[in-house]
Design a protein around this ligand. Structure first.
Ligand SMILES: *Cc1c(COP(=O)(O)O)cnc(C)c1O
Length: 390
């Protein structure tokens, strides 16, 4: 057995691709391009600015956007905050109603609830049993003062895809701004901001083999949209997000975006095959279900409910396989996943669920090994549970 743990937690974060790290390293030290991209008076500044603008083009290309529509941020958490608070805060609270889904990441739910506390209107939509928010559900929630709808493209726990193009159509019909948290979609499925009719789209580099701590917000160039900055000082990023641009980080996200653009279809196919084989290898254990399994999903996600097994215990038994119970962001607490609960799972079923997420560096050997380990662990835990109750 290999001593390296098997990494099945690509939805929590991905390792930086070596090709990305290499290019980042050329933008840090004295022998590289270390200037401030905002320095207009010398070559090192111009070179850094060029590197940053190349990255902007690469990210824009991946989203089907114009480079002038990309605002750099520190990640999807900041992008979501900028999108939601940046739209809402230009209205008086009583003049602004927001629609989100109960299955959104905390980086959408928390800003939305923060605004609700300030008096803004908020509707939190429940998904169907597969975790999907339909365009119909969104349409029914709209009010005369609805200003923003925020629905994620792919869920971080289940990988389930929402019909964002349909939801975008509903928003366009009502002239309502549409924000999409695409942190789990970019790099996994084709993303096109025009197909989605999205006004705002959040992106995070570390979910697609770029570095942590950098992301982007797509902001549609449309005269009716102004976005209030959440970070002031210096007026970078056309006033929407101040702060010295982190050249190496941006080269990182740009290179990662470029690699994704080249390989998206092949890579998705390969990962989905491995993911499906993992499922086929354990499906006959009995009393086991894919959470959201009837809906379209990202290629790498497999969120499984194991009947008669506690997820924490199973995770412990699978010590050298890195997986998550619920989402990584809530794994500090033992609360059952609110995403699975919104889909109608009981506390017990949510606690009995594990998320396996595969990615670029997952191998056939790892999948085969994991199948053996999971089978043994589930059988052992179920036998234990039986002898404990008899
Ligand atoms: C990871 C993730 C985020 C947070 O992104 P950061 O760049 O880590 O701040 C937000 N939304 C979703 C759906 C995510 O998967």
């Amino acid at each position: 057995m290999s001593t390296q743990p098997i990494y099945f937690d690509y939805a929590a974060t991905t390792p930086v691709d070596e090709r990305v790290a290499e290019r980042m390293m050329a933008h840090l030290t004295r022998d590289g391009i270390y200037g401030n991209p905002a320095s207009r008076s010398h070559l090192l500044g111009w070179q850094a600015e060029e590197a940053v603008e190349d990255a902007r083009n690469e990210v824009a290309d991946l989203l089907g956007a114009d480079s002038r529509e990309i605002v750099w941020t520190s990640g999807a958490t900041e992008s979501n905050n900028l999108a939601i608070k940046g739209v809402a805060e230009q209205f008086a609270p009583q003049d602004c109603h927001i629609v989100v889904a109960a299955t959104e990441h905390k980086a959408v739910l928390d800003p939305a609830r923060y605004l609700e506390q300030k008096g803004y209107g908020l509707t939190v939509l429940l998904p169907d049993a597969d975790g999907v928010i339909s365009a119909e559900t969104v349409a029914q929630a709209l009010q005369p003062n609805t200003r923003l709808v925020s629905i994620m493209a792919a869920n971080n726990e289940t990988g389930v895809l929402n019909p964002v193009a349909g939801i975008g159509q509903v928003c366009a019909d009502h002239d309502i701004w549409f924000h999409v948290d695409a942190a789990q979609a970019v790099g996994k499925i084709p993303v096109n901001v025009d197909d989605w009719q999205a006004t705002l789209v959040s992106v995070s580099a570390h979910k697609f083999y770029g570095p942590k701590g950098v992301g982007a917000l797509y902001v549609r160039r449309r005269s009716s949209l102004t976005l209030l900055p959440q970070i002031h000082g210096g007026g970078h990023e056309r006033g929407m997000r101040s702060g010295t641009l982190a050249t190496h980080q941006l080269v990182g996200i740009g290179t990662a975006a470029n690699l994704v653009s080249e390989h998206l279809a092949d890579e998705g196919q390969r990962i989905a095959t491995l993911r499906d084989d993992l499922w086929q290898g354990i499906a006959d254990l009995g009393d086991i279900h894919i959470n959201g399994g009837q809906a379209p999903r990202t290629p790498g996600h497999l969120n499984v409910h194991f009947g008669g097994v506690d997820g924490e215990s199973l995770m412990m038994a699978l010590r050298d396989i890195a997986v998550s119970t619920g989402s990584a962001c809530t794994s500090a607490s033992v609360e059952p996943s609110y995403v699975l609960k919104a889909m109608g799972l009981s506390d017990q079923a949510a606690h009995g669920s594990l998320r396996f997420s595969l990615g670029r560096f997952t191998t056939r050997e790892e999948v085969d090994q994991a199948i053996h380990r999971i089978r043994d662990a589930v059988k052992a835990l179920r036998t234990q549970a039986k002898t404990a109750t008899t």
